[in-house]
Design a protein around this ligand. Sequence first.
Ligand code: PTJ
Length: 255
Amino acid sequence: MEEIPRDHPRYHSLMVRRRLVEGFRAGLVAPEGLLAHGRGEALDYILGEETTPPAEEATRAAAALLLLSKSPVISVNGNTAALVPDDIVRLGGLVPAKIEVNLFHRTSERVAKIKAFLSAKGAVGVLGDTELVEIPGLGSSRRLVSREGIFAADTVLVPLEDGDRAEKLVAMGKKIIAIDLNPLSRTARAATITIVDNVVRAVSNLCLAVTELKSKDQGHLRSILEEFDNQENLRRLVELILRRLGRLSGLDELR
Ligand code: PTJ
């Protein structure tokens, strides 16, 4: 691939794109994953390409929830595997949480490639290819989940979801942590906790928050959760977007 000059103003963003394209060429990422990333990039651009205070709060609440859970699972799709494989493996070890490959555009070949890729990064016992059962009422291939993984989980971390699975998992009584740059998406609205941030920053921040909170007692973790209100957090994010666009367009009253 051609060299990206380090002094390019969009260097970081171009390097993230490169990781995704390499993941696509290696058979980890679905073609649709490239399109989904473009949508995410546009929202990230509007959010200033940085972790916002509401996202920080959501990340802290998510870390508390993961640590309080008895059987947490990290659901991994093609984009997540290509963009943050090391952080996913690290997070799985820190919590600890099981890792399960779960794809919307599912092929057994891509599941196997993602599993092998994560295993080569140090993940142990990656789920998603055997002992599959169905999430009730879900039509997409995402319904196929591991019996001892997502199906049995009390909390599922779902980076970059595509819509209705989060709702169905909540209906099954599970707690859902979504990572989604779109605060208006169905996933963001349905989740117990939504981290509106780029997965590239969010998973690494989650690792930091879990490390910090790991030594705290359960009462402390519960109080973090009780203080967190997902709908209010999403509302603040939309407000933040409005203010930012207002500032950029020079509309004083929105400053
Ligand atoms: O690997 P597969 O087969 O499971 O497919 C994965 C994709 C992402 C293609 C599939 O889940 C899909 O089609 O997702 P959607 O419906 O495009 O939704 C993805 C959501 O993630 C959108 O709300 C995007 O804004 C958001 N998103 C995209 N890139 C990022 C992101 N959120 C956080 N960080 C990103 N880098």
